[in-house]
Design a binder for this molecule. Structure first.
Ligand code: NI
Length: 134
């Protein structure tokens, strides 16, 4: 059966500070620049979730979009939206909330409920995005 890739786009806003506990204050400032600002800063993130599967000949669809929306909203968006990732999201205890790590945390969460998860794309700024395929 033909396999199709379906992508849905979600939004959340979150604050973070790029700061590694294993680096000195000076090294943190050098590595992360202004993103190391102690008060943190925020982004309006766009998360694209791609699932894949055979097209059901009866429905003509490869994925249950309502179920996808429910899983992403309940397990990811509610967890991250309007949070300070360093202080309010346990997955970032001891893990710097960079785009690289955020997209991996989201994968860890979603792959438990979405067996046909194919790719995540996390857009952090206009010019900056992260892709992960597990
Ligand atoms: Ni940032």
């Amino acid at each position: 059966m033909p396999k199709v890739f379906l992508t849905r786009r979600y939004k959340f806003s979150a604050a973070h500070r790029l700061h590694s506990e294993t680096l000195s204050e000076e090294e943190n400032r050098r590595v992360y620049g202004k993103c190391n600002n102690p008060a943190g800063h925020g982004h309006n993130y766009c998360l694209e979730v791609t699932v894949t599967g055979p097209v059901d000949p009866e429905t003509g669809m490869c994925s249950d979009v309502e179920e996808l929306d429910r899983v992403v909203k309940e397990s990811v968006i509610e967890k991250l939206d309007h949070k300070h990732l360093n202080f309010e999201v346990e997955e970032f205890d001891g893990r710097v909330p960079t785009g690289e790590n955020i997209v991996q945390v989201v994968w860890e969460i979603l792959s438990k409920s979405l067996p046909h998860l194919y790719q995540l794309r996390l857009q952090e700024t206009r010019d900056n995005f992260f892709e992960y395929r597990g």
